[in-house]
Design a protein around this ligand. Structure first.
Ligand code: G4P
Length: 529
């Protein structure tokens, strides 16, 4: 592409992730999005071998079986003149810090909510992370083909718990067995649902005007009257969509449908590619980098092991923040001060796995990493700058590591240090003893670490429980106060894998007490890379 095309290419990018509680329908909706993006021919074709359902995004099981690499944690597909980048956020047990950090690499999110369950825990946590950057949120309320809860009640719950205003764009017509379609409040159009079209792109059968003869004929007098009343109520009780409020992360447009029945998804996607923001400007320590700046820059938000024991290679996922990547180009790896030539970055055009030669601001590329790249690293055309806002999150699960063979302590330390640099786990070394404590956000992280220590570093270890409930990174501008704090709280202090002082709290109460006792000391729940 020529330099004059670059700003247009950037403008048409839509880079997002789906946030949801397990089982809300993220995998199913991903599959439907890929269907509309022509990235797969038929939904359901991405089932796992043993009949276990796995959309293309479930890389761990899927790709291991197929023996291909990790290209599906990012899925790129064109839709309506736009180029969509969908970043997978591990959903189930494999929930980890990667999930959180992936949210720092997107410009918007799609929140999928189970209409029968409403707002659930995981969604609350993920929204907290979105809040850090006021990420614009689209909402899809799923499973309208089932008996679900009162919709207005669910919207109230979203507003109350997630503190975001709801602006319904579509509204379901009936539910469960009587689900008939959706009504667009802004175009006054009904889109009729036909069952049994979950695997293909359904025809869009429209009826113009809710209060029309055709609607009465198709839906019946009673349902239309009921709906007219309901819609009036909805209009009165909800917010009108305001694009500015949406872009500021204060309001979410809400869509209803069934991912399984592949209905309501397209209506949502059409608006999504239109309203969701193009690549946003990004802050570095010194300046803000405009997304359409012509000089290339990017940062690494995730590192993934190839899970292929024959290859020790990892892929570092980089969000391009400005300019464009071209095959074979040279870029500066700022942290280590080296210029490197990147000839074989992985790109992620779904359905077509051949290497694409270019990627622009908003896109994700995968760099082969032999251990030199860390999460948070910035790459530029030579400028000494570092992107900010790629956090470590305070872990909530802790275990003490014990070696099976005590002579392998060096390997263990090295392995844990490297795995923590990579972001697979967090390592804490208490100042008062020789324990090695691992912290994680998701429980599967522990299994992955144990497995990799064995396979890659040849050390076998066991985990022991430890009474630590949460961690906080601590700092204090008053050196004397800090010394006093360090002396008095030494039993709770540790150094993390990055060399930062951390307070390990055995209970939440203990943490609040420490915060009260040492008001000059800052206790932070996130630390930047
Ligand atoms: P997740 O990735 O968010 O965890 O959710 P996933 O898409 O795997 O969906 C969880 C379950 O909900 C699946 O059922 C899926 O078929 C079902 N589901 C998703 N969307 C809808 C919908 O619109 N309506 C209905 N009725 N069900 C939906 P499962 O029983 O766990 O899997 P399977 O046996 O159906 O494959």
């Amino acid at each position: 592409m020529s330099d004059t095309q670059l700003p247009l290419e950037i403008k048409r990018r839509r880079t997002f992730a789906i946030i949801s509680h397990p089982d809300a329908g993220k995998t199913t909706i991903t599959e439907k999005l890929l269907l509309f993006g022509n990235a797969i021919q038929m939904a359901g074709t991405v089932k796992g071998k043993k009949g276990s359902r796995a959309a293309t995004s479930d890389w761990m099981s899927m790709e291991q079986q197929r023996g291909i690499s990790i290209t599906t944690s990012v899925m790129q597909f064109p839709y309506n003149e736009r180029m969509v980048n969908l970043l997978d956020t591990p959903g189930h047990e494999d929930f980890s810090e990667d999930t959180y950090r992936t949210l720092t690499a997107v410009d918007s999110c799609l929140m999928v909510i189970d209409g029968a369950k409403g707002v659930e825990d995981r969604t609350i946590k993920l929204m907290e992370v979105c809040r850090l950057r006021d990420t614009p949120i689209f909402t899809f309320i799923n499973k309208m083909d089932r008996e679900v809860r009162d919709h207005i009640e669910v919207l109230d719950e979203i507003e109350d718990i997630l503190k975001i205003q709801c602006a319904p764009i579509t509204w379901p017509v009936g539910m469960g067995k009587n689900f008939k379609g959706i009504y667009n409040l802004y175009t006054d159009t009904i889109h009729l649902y036909t069952q049994g079209q979950g695997h293909t792109i359904p025809d869009d059968i429209q009826v113009k005007g809710l209060d029309s003869a055709e609607a009465r004929e198709k839906l019946g007098e009673d349902l239309v009257d009921e709906l007219l009343e309901e819609i009036e109520l909805v209009r009165g009780a909800s917010h009108e969509f305001d694009v500015e409020a949406f872009l500021a992360g204060k309001m979410t447009p809400v869509f209803f449908g069934t991912a399984l029945g592949n209905f309501g998804v397209r209506e949502m996607l059409d608006y999504f590619v239109d309203w969701a923001p193009a690549p946003q400007n990004r802050d570095t320590q010194d300046r803000t980098v405009p997304a359409d700046e012509s000089k290339f820059s990017g940062f690494v938000f995730k590192i993934q092991a190839n899970m292929d024991p024959k290859h020790r290679d990892r892929i570092a996922f980089m969000r391009v923040c400005s300019g464009k990547y071209t095959k074979g180009m040279k870029m500066r790896h700022v942290r280590i001060g080296k210029d490197i030539k990147i000839a074989d970055a992985v790109t992620f055009l779904a359905g077509d796995r051949s290497q694409v030669e270019e990627a622009v601001s908003g896109d994700i590329i995968g760099l082969h990493n032999h251990g030199t790249i860390q999460i948070g690293d910035t790459f530029t055309m030579g400028e000494e700058m570092r992107f900010t806002g790629i956090p470590h999150f305070a872990p909530e699960l802790f275990k003490r590591v014990r070696l099976k063979d005590p002579l392998k302590l060096k390997q263990l330390q090295k392995g844990l240090q490297q795995l923590s640099e990579e972001g697979a786990t967090q390592l804490f070394m208490p100042v008062n003893n020789n324990d090695l404590i691992l912290g994680a956000v998701g429980v599967l992280q522990f299994d992955v670490v144990m497995h990799r220590l064995k396979e890659e570093y040849k050390v076998e270890c066991i985990y022991e429980p430890i009474t630590v409930q949460t961690a906080r990174w601590v700092d204090c501008t008053d050196a004397k106060k800090l010394e006093e704090f360090k002396r008095k709280c030494a039993d709770n202090l540790a150094i993390d894998g990055g060399g930062y002082l951390t307070y390990l709290a055995p209970t939440r109460v203990n943490l609040s007490l420490a915060q009260e006792r040492y008001p000059e000391v800052e206790f932070r729940a996130t630390r930047e890379h």
